[in-house]
Design a protein around this ligand. Structure first.
Ligand code: ZN
Length: 348
């Protein structure tokens, strides 16, 4: 097994299983060619678990990957997704996660102790996360029921509007300051998440929404899968001003492996050295400090560097971190320790 174990801020495996692209049967799930997460490869790569996103795709089936190969791009925000469709998909994906648990492929973790125990037992630790709150009604009935079912983390938006706020479009080069902030329901959602002990994820929020969460949330600020705007001026990345307030609340940022958010030229080009990931880590550590940086792979939701390829490539990242001179203690913080610290502070 590879050490230190990795607990990761973001993956889109549930969508891949739901759409039939990743095979799943009584023995768990297998990432067929082109997909990132696979049970046996996860063990070999030292992947101990992470946030598993419930995500509702829109009807268009559009993929931005090709447009993001250009030198610059400004993709329009996709239309909002209605509640009936969203709740149907969200429940289907929550059910997939629950079934994976019943089959023994993973364990749904509701506390940090659950995560530590799963890591010790060598079973994948899964935090149920929702990326975009289209399935949440303004009375929070679905939020309360999903929380009871294990939901512990929520992004008010993906990169499109919801009744709670506005997502940031995929724009390069571009600023995250792209529109209005949270709605009144969005502010109520922040307070409700604080009350329930649900983590709020800032990745995909536009900048005005980010400041609104900063103003109204009593918990550390967290972006599960975002990078440094100073190194890659993409609208999805965080400016130094945003990083400073994340630092001041003792929150954290998970490094997104998506090449378009890593590269200086913003292209979704897998021919990107693993060293580029370490350069973002270096920068995030410089601004946020060693206790506020982790990983947020975006596995099964984005194109990652060729040197990583899939979950079995995680040792290449550890090797690059070591080569950069990261001491053992720092490695453990970046790989899982900082996530556990922030979740401890957020869930209680
Ligand atoms: Zn995402």
């Amino acid at each position: 097994m590879e050490y230190p174990l990795i607990f990761d801020g973001h993956n889109d495996l549930l969508l891949q299983i739901q759409s039939g692209k990743v095979a799943s049967d009584d023995s768990g799930f297998r990432g067929n060619g082109g997909h990132h997460i696979d049970l046996s490869k996860a063990k070999a790569g030292g992947f101990a678990g992470g946030f598993f996103a419930i995500y509702v795709p829109d009807d268009s089936g559009a993929s931005f990957m090709e447009e993001m190969m250009a030198d610059s791009y400004d993709l329009p925000l996709p239309p909002a997704v209605g509640w009936p469709r969203a709740i149907e998909t969200a429940l289907a994906q929550a059910a997939i996660l629950t079934r994976q648990e019943a089959q023994g492929a993973l364990r749904i973790c509701r506390t940090v102790e659950d995560i530590r125990t799963a890591m010790g037992d060598g079973i994948m630790a899964a935090v149920m996360h929702m990326e975009g709150a289209e399935a949440i009604d303004p009375d929070f009935h679905t939020l309360e029921v999903l929380h009871a079912a294990g939901l512990r983390s929520l992004g008010p938006v993906w990169s499109r509007p919801t009744i709670f706020g506005h997502g940031v479009p995929f724009r390069f080069p571009g600023s995250p300051d792209t529109g209005p902030g949270l709605t009144e329901d969005g502010v109520r959602l922040v307070r409700k998440c604080n009350e329930l002990g649900l983590m709020i994820d800032l990745s995909h929020l536009n900048e005005a929404g980010f400041w609104d969460v900063a103003r109204h949330s009593s918990k550390p600020l967290v972006a599960t899968h975002s990078n440094a705007h100073a190194l890659c001026p993409h609208s999805r990345n965080l400016t130094d001003r945003q990083l400073h307030v994340i630092r001041d609340t003792d929150g954290m940022v998970g490094l997104n492996f998506a090449v378009a958010f890593l590269r200086e030229d913003g292209r979704m080009d897998a021919d990107t050295p693993v060293l580029r990931m370490v350069e973002h880590l270096d920068y995030l550590i410089k601004v946020l400090g060693e206790d506020r940086v982790g990983l947020g792979s975006d596995f099964d939701g984005a194109t990652v560097p060729d040197g990583i390829k899939d979950i079995s490539g995680l040792p290449a990242l550890r090797k690059a971190m070591k080569a950069q001179g990261y001491a053992e203690e720092l490695m453990a913080k970046l790989c899982h320790g900082n996530w556990l610290r922030v979740l401890e502070e957020t869930w209680t």
